[in-house]
Structure formats: C-alpha cells, structure tokens
Write a protein that binds this ligand. Structure first.
Ligand SMILES: [Zn+2]
Length: 72
C-alpha cells in the first residue's frame, strides 16, 4: 500500500481482496506487518496489522484517506 498511515478506501478494499486470496492459497501463513518482524526498525505498513485483521475489514475512519485531501 503506497502511503504512510492513512489510505484511500479503495486501497483498504484492494488489500482485503488480496489478503483473502493469499489466505486461501497459503492457509497456514502468519499475516504480519514488516514492522512486526524481529529486529526491523520500520513503520510499514503504517498500521497495526493484527488489529486490522481482528476488525475483519472494518477500517476506522481515522485510517481512511479523504479523497479531498490527496495532496498531503
Ligand atoms: Zn516494509
């Protein structure tokens, strides 16, 4: 996902679809953010992946990029 810590609704939807496909193909894979790996000092993907998974596709408004706000 290109961005920092907020993403367009279309990006969140595309992420849902992609992860659903990958989960079918790799059912035992553990889904985590780059920042969750040991000894990684990065912030990507810019959100809490475990919390995102737990919400099952419901993205809080503060993580959705307002289309009127795209120059930020
Ligand atoms: Zn990364």
């Amino acid at each position: 996902m290109i961005g920092t810590d907020r993403f367009a609704l279309e990006q969140w939807q595309a992420l849902d679809e992609l992860v659903a496909k990958l989960r079918k193909r790799y059912p035992s894979a553990k889904i985590m953010g780059h920042r969750d790996l040991p000894d990684v000092h990065k912030t990507c993907p810019g959100f809490d992946v475990a919390a995102w998974l737990a919400r099952e596709g419901n993205v809080p408004e503060e993580l959705v990029l307002d289309p009127a706000d795209t120059d930020t």
